[in-house]
Design a protein around this ligand. Sequence first.
Ligand SMILES: Nc1nc2c(ncn2[C@@H]2O[C@H](COP(=O)(O)OP(=O)(O)O)[C@@H](O)[C@H]2O)c(=O)[nH]1
Ligand SMILES: Nc1ncnc2c1ncn2[C@@H]1O[C@H](COP(=O)(O)OP(=O)(O)O)[C@@H](O)[C@H]1O
Length: 206
Amino acid sequence: MNVKERGLLIVLSGPSGVGKGTVRKALFSQPDIQLQYSISVTTRKPREGEVDGVDYFFKTREQFEQMIRQNELLEWAEYVGNYYGTPIEYVEKTLQEGKDVFLEIEVQGAMQVRKVFPEALFIFLAPPSLSELRKRIEMRGTESEELIRDRLKAAKEELEMMDAYDYVVENDQVELACERIKAIVTAEHCRRERVAQRYKKMLEVE
Ligand SMILES: Nc1nc2c(ncn2[C@@H]2O[C@H](COP(=O)(O)OP(=O)(O)O)[C@@H](O)[C@H]2O)c(=O)[nH]1
Ligand SMILES: Nc1ncnc2c1ncn2[C@@H]1O[C@H](COP(=O)(O)OP(=O)(O)O)[C@@H](O)[C@H]1O
């Protein structure tokens, strides 16, 4: 199977509270976008309203460590005291089917994905400012003061990794951030199509 027939792997990262979940849900609710969301595995406790198998696959540390040992994860990372990881089987199978897969993961995991899938599209969602980021984490109201502090510390380290991404999208307004991501994905599809056409032409000339 050539590069064009496989689906595109899209990786969205960004600091806690920047709005990744909000933007992703808005993106997936739009009829003109065909993306498959890869549900992650985590040892974090479910937040109120979160559903196992929808938001995450919630596992114990023992179960998660077994998945690592059995090479079931494309990437994994420990983030603010919990494990998070991407089951590889779903990603591989869906890309093989020619469908685009969307990962919403933190930066350490994204860098591991880059090693396995260098052709993936890496997008960093950035806040308008650090003070706005703090406001959003507080507004969500799902973390204690101590956890907010830990997440803000992690956020500062994550922001330093912005340069390693193909694109930086500012999440000033959810709708605008969605439009920007859609434009990037469409442009990437066009680029891949052009490369595939050129390759086909070269083979015809041979
Ligand atoms: N490496 C990695 N990070 C993940 C995965 N799933 C979620 N994350 C990231 O883990 C971090 C914490 O996620 P979560 O506890 O749901 O909090 P929130 O994203 O800040 O609402 C976020 O940066 C997520 O994007 C995964 O499968 N792998
Ligand atoms: N563009 C935005 N403007 C204002 N508030 C936002 C925006 N995007 C997200 N939020 C709010 O910020 C908080 C954190 O968003 P969330 O999607 O949970 O972030 P993340 O998944 O990156 O941790 C939520 O209360 C959400 O409603």
